[in-house]
Design a protein. Structure first.
Length: 265
């Protein structure tokens, strides 16, 4: 994977994005996203977590003891425990992680739905899957439409709406628990204003530059076995409740015949 053309492309994308995350606008967005993620992960007591992030780690305030970072190649690995593998083939067993965070990678990957499917596979039954993305209906989304194809991060890739990701999550048998919007500002290169951030977060206005989706695996109900009630065989005509239409007529004829025979005798 580390020497493949796909890994080189992803590594180049990750390297080019660092200039934005180190700028005042990128740091402001990262702080707003960490504030959104904090209540989700700070009380989680799971043992293992995976973060597939563009910028710095967002899982710092969490209580998860074993946190794994993903990297496209060994050159970008931050530690010996970094997971280096294709984004659609995690070298992990099924349902082994309590928390999985994908930070802006779904917008950059050519086959993002395969990565989402793989992230759903490694999330445990009681775990959470958290997705961060740029909001296409924000001010930044409108500016992206006017940008030329050769634009730099973050005006690259495909910004997906919350509704589209909701459909993707339903396909992998996950359901959205909550959606939080963050980083409310008028210009992309401006820090998030405290007043507008507090107002937007309080009412959760869908106009923030970024959104956070928290999803869980759908609970499957216990299978219900229907019990069929019925008679083992068809009811005979002589059973209780069955009628015999000509029975009274025959009894009258036989009675009159017996009377006539007695008179002759």
């Amino acid at each position: 994977m580390s020497n493949s053309p796909t890994a080189a492309m992803l590594a180049r994308c990750m390297t080019q994005s660092q200039a934005y995350w180190q700028s005042p606008a990128g740091r402001s967005l990262w702080e707003a996203q960490r504030a959104c993620l904090g209540p989700v992960v700070e009380n989680r007591r799971g043992q293992h977590g995976l973060e597939m992030g563009m910028g710095r780690s967002l899982l710092g305030p969490s209580a998860i003891p074993h946190r794994i970072r993903w990297a496209p190649n060994e050159a970008l690995a931050e530690s010996a425990s970094t997971l280096v593998c294709p984004p659609d083939r995690f070298a992990l067993p099924d349902r082994c992680l309590d928390t999985v965070v994908i930070h802006h990678w779904l917008e950059q990957l050519p086959d993002a739905h395969f990565t989402l499917q793989e992230a759903a596979r490694v999330t445990s039954d009681h775990g959470v899957l958290v997705l961060f993305g740029f909001n296409p209906v924000s001010v930044g989304g409108l500016l992206k439409r006017w940008r030329k194809p050769g634009a730099t991060f973050p005006f690259v890739g495909r910004w997906m709406s919350v509704n589209r990701l909701r459909d993707w999550l339903a396909f992998v048998d996950f359901e959205v628990e909550r959606v939080d919007y963050c980083c409310f500002r008028g210009r992309m290169n401006a820090p998030c204003g405290e007043h507008w951030e507090a107002l937007g977060r309080r009412h959760n206005l869908p106009l923030g530059q970024s959104y956070m989706i928290k999803a869980r695996r759908r609970e499957r109900g216990a299978p219900i076995e229907r019990i069929r009630f019925g008679l083992p065989a068809k009811a005979s005509p002589s059973s209780l409740g069955a009628t015999r239409r000509h029975a009274p007529v025959k009894s009258i004829e036989s009675s009159s015949r017996l009377v006539k025979e007695n008179q002759r005798d």
